[in-house]
Every structure is written in structure tokens, then in C-alpha cells.
Design a protein around this ligand. Structure first.
Ligand code: ZN
Length: 89
């Protein structure tokens, strides 16, 4: 019974450790030809400090938001497109 718990616990930790890599590894498909051979170029376009007010006593905290411009280029058909993203930390 105890062994079973250890296996589940270790499996859970491995899942948490691997999950960020799975997300990073998720690459988009080309909009034109559906290829997965996509080149990604990430450029930080700016930073901004935002104040979040969570309510409650002493609530609220500051976070730095980084704005990214992510350029994708298909290696098969040379299609290009750009998206913008915001990362809060
Ligand atoms: Zn393509």
C-alpha cells in the first residue's frame, strides 16, 4: 500500500517537472501548408510594471510584464506571421 503511494507521488512530481517542457515543445503549425517545421524568433518589445490590487488587507502586488513579439517562419513554404504575447511574472 505504501509503495503504491510512493509511485503515485513520484509520478506526480515527474509530471510537474516535465509539464513546462511539454508546453515549450508545443509548436504551432504553418497556417499555409500545415508544416511543423516552424522557425521561431522571440523579441522582447518592452517591459511594464503593473500593480495588481487583490483586495483584502495589505493586498496588491507589483508584477513586471514583458511584452514579446514572436515571429514565426515556415521552413517549407516560407510563410511568415507575427503574434504578440505578454508574460507576467
Ligand atoms: Zn508552410
Amino acid at each position: 500500500m505504501d509503495n503504491w503511494l510512493v509511485i503515485v507521488g513520484v509520478g506526480f512530481l515527474v509530471l510537474i517537472a516535465v509539464f513546462p517542457f511539454l508546453r515549450i515543445g508545443t509548436r504551432p503549425r504553418c497556417r499555409e501548408c500545415g508544416s511543423r517545421k516552424i522557425g521561431v524568433q522571440k523579441t522582447a518589445t518592452g517591459m511594464r510594471t503593473s500593480d495588481f490590487h487583490g483586495g483584502g488587507e495589505g493586498g496588491g502586488y507589483s508584477a513586471v510584464q514583458t511584452h514579446y513579439e514572436i515571429k514565426y517562419r515556415c521552413n517549407d513554404c516560407q510563410a511568415q506571421w507575427t503574434i504578440t504575447a505578454t508574460k507576467t511574472r
